[in-house]
Design a protein around this ligand. Structure first.
Ligand SMILES: [Zn+2]
Length: 405
């Protein structure tokens, strides 16, 4: 075990609040992850503890959202959806009206604030808010299952405390709401890796969206081709996100860990396994600063829960393959896999490589050209990607098949 103090934001009161049954967004994922962690003995001691969130106040929500939008949202939740509310995106296909819509989002934002406070007060080194991750919510608009933007608000709270904040978003969808919140600021750097907006909602997040004014160079988008697989994702992550994160020297990290990036997600077209979750967390831990991990997308519930549990396990410093498989399989609920939390490596076809690699190589080069020099990052970083030993060579290395039990 590492000596990190890990907090898990949870209360049964919040778990009882649901989206409509036909909506793919399932609020129960946080509670299911908690049960998984408890079954593995990874939650429930003095270094790995639960913290009950509080609700956010209206005054806190107005640090990002405009008051008329909050007014319409509350009224819609009470059954009074107006024309103005409809104009603000409330009541769309991906923003259904339901009784708990304001209350759940308010709890998620409050949980984000609680998590930020735990980090600021050094009561935790890493805080998981899997109730949140609503990165599409705009100041004046609901979008993509998101009504209140807990992650933008948490970043603001941390920035207001004088911290340099790195917001890293690996959800399959572009973190457009958070981008809009900090597009002209340089105290919060936002980096989003996501499926290309040509093939996925919210149809944004391209390489040339790099921030404006003071924020120029502090908003970074890395659109990934459909069918992107683990090795290709990691090449992009290591070539762009890691050097920028290191150069930025953040005081605190906010990670939006939507797991609709995993193969088998019904709403997206990426093909990653949860082994990249371990790789992401390990790289971020090396930055050696406090971290807020939020939830996000993830519409295959079992895969998402398992991936989030794996993220927590990695933060605990546990190496599953030695610690869990050796115990003979303590997995409870997976139909896929009885040996632990990790996915098996997925085979990558030649067609898939040929479809992904050239496009991703171009994207990486474009992003580097657009923003690296603004951070004092120069030729050595550029050379790594454009050299003949770049993506193609890395990508053809096969991952060993993981043993099953
Ligand atoms: Zn998503």
């Amino acid at each position: 075990m590492s000596n990190h103090k890990l907090a898990f934001l949870y209360s049964p009161e919040v778990e009882a609040l649901s989206y409509p049954p036909d909506c793919p967004f399932k609020t129960q994922r946080a509670g299911l992850t908690r049960l998984r962690l408890k079954s593995f003995g990874l939650l429930g001691d003095e270094s790995h503890f639960e913290v009950a969130p509080r609700r956010a106040t209206l005054a806190e929500l107005t640090q990002f959202h405009i008051a008329p939008y909050l007014h319409e949202l509350q009224h819609a939740a009470d059954g009074d959806l107006t024309v103005d509310g409809l104009g603000m995106g409330i009541g769309g296909v991906d923003t259904p009206v339901f009784k708990n819509m304001f209350e759940y989002g308010d709890w998620a934002c409050g949980a984000g604030f609680t998590a930020a406070d735990l980090l600021l007060q050094k009561k935790a080194d890493i805080a998981f808010n899997l109730l949140g991750g609503f990165h599409h919510a705009m100041a004046d608009r609901a979008a993509g299952f998101c009504y209140l933007n807990d992650v933008a608000l948490a970043c603001m709270k941390l920035a207001n405390a004088g911290k340099r904040v790195l917001y890293l978003d690996v959800d399959a969808h572009h973190g457009d709401g958070v981008q809009s919140a900090f597009y002209r600021r340089k105290d919060v750097m936002t980096i989003s890796l996501h499926e290309n907006g040509r093939t996925l909602y919210p149809w944004s997040g391209f390489e040339d969206e790099i921030g404006e004014g003071d924020g120029r160079g502090y908003n970074v988008n890395i659109p990934l081709p459909a069918e992107t697989y683990d090795e290709a994702f990691l090449t992009a992550f290591d070539s762009v996100a890691v050097p920028l994160a290191t150069a930025f020297k953040p005081d605190v990290l906010v990670l939006e860990l939507g797991l609709d990036i995993l193969a088998g997600d019904p709403l997206t077209h990426l093909r990653m396994t949860n082994n990249v979750v371990v790789d992401i967390i390990e790289r971020l831990l090396r930055l050696n600063c406090p971290m807020l991990v939020s939830g996000g997308g993830g519409y295959n519930v079992e895969n998402t829960v398992r991936g989030w549990a794996l993220a927590w396990q990695t933060c605990c410093g546990e190496n599953e393959e030695t610690d869990f498989i050796g115990m003979g399989g303590v997995m409870l609920a997976s139909t896929e896999w009885a040996g632990g939390l990790r996915d098996r490596a997925l085979a990558v076809s030649t067609e898939q490589r040929n479809a992904v690699e050239p496009e991703l190589q171009t994207t990486i080069e474009t992003v580097i050209n657009n923003v690296f020099r603004l951070h004092g990052l120069e030729a050595s970083s550029l050379g790594r990607v454009t050299s003949p030993a770049g993506l193609t060579k890395k990508a053809i290395k096969q991952k060993p098949e993981r043993s099953k039990s």
